[in-house]
Design a protein around this ligand. Sequence first.
Ligand SMILES: [Zn+2]
Length: 413
Amino acid sequence: MTSNIENPINNDSDIRGRAALALSSLSPSQLTFLQNLPKAELHAHLNGCIPLKTIKELVDEYVMEVDNDASVFTTTPSGSGSASEPTTTPRPPKHPLTKTEILSGYSLLEKFDSELDDIHAFFAPFAIIYALTNTKGRLRKATRAVLEGFLGSADGNDDRDSNSNISMTPPQAAYLELRTTPRTTSDMSRLEYLETVLDEVERYPKDRMGGLIVSLDRKMTLDVVREVVDLAVGLKTGKRRVIGLDLCGDPLAGNMYSPLLTQCFQDARNAGLGITLHIAETAQNPSPESIHLLRAFIPDRLGHATFLDEEAREVVFDGNGHGHEEGKRKIGVEVCLSSNLICKTVPTLEDHHIRYYLERDHPIAICTDDTLPFRTSLLAEYALLLASAPWGLGMSEGEVERVARGGWGMRFL
Ligand SMILES: [Zn+2]
């Protein structure tokens, strides 16, 4: 392991575990190579990528608001529209978690860097994060922090050398596509949720911030699925920067065979949205379901794709020609190494299915998934490729560059 005391990234306490070890094992020239490599981040969830220091600030704001607002009722005009006879009606609480729950949840998030029992344990801390991002103000702040974490500031005024005005630390990603599941809260409709995020997304030029991928959670009712897809299509038609539709959430939840769900993905595709699916994330995901998702939803990309069987992999390699005049195109795979290792969906880095796709020269994109719980960064995920064993896969710089180019080619633009 190379001593790398002056490497500023070693001091980044947000990165821990295997990714941190891989990163700190790199030589200075390897680190410079990775920093300057144009990297596209295509699989990052907004609520899972909020920097820990921003979470702390949001916790402080939340706690202050709870202290200043003990009321769970609001006074509104009566249903007739007349303001003359106000009635007091219950409202969904702006602060769904108590101060104690938020503070204990924060301490859980702070410690959330060890191996999980399984992938389901991963979803537990998100109740706290969702409570923190349930107002427009806090959602805006969280989104800005996530974008700056990946891309640097929107105006390009980052950490600059005072003499040369050259940025000293290249941003994590040269290009980003961010995804999120729109939620309705006491402060926002789903449309307002998406508009709040898009306002931040559109502060960046499109060649750096490609746009927003709207996620459907597998637990959504079909009514909500229809509403969300209509919102995504409407925003895209209205020239807002929505570029894709995603399927995510608990890998074993929901009925994926609903004709309405298939119709929704068809409508999204017809509107020009790219399609990406979290698929075959666990060994319990039945193979017929994966085949159905591939054939009915016609994805451009797949998230994880850890447990695809040979029949499904044939579809992935063969690709789909839908919407591509040049004919069939391979379905690219979004690979999230730390996520898979920490959720124990793959036993070791050496056993990771990335090797299978690399051996077949299939397009993959190295992505982070959720930088907060997995304590990683895009740079650290690339370090897992370049670092020598036992910390990484020991790929050459040329091989890593080729992987990055493949990911770049998978953008929805
Ligand atoms: Zn994901």
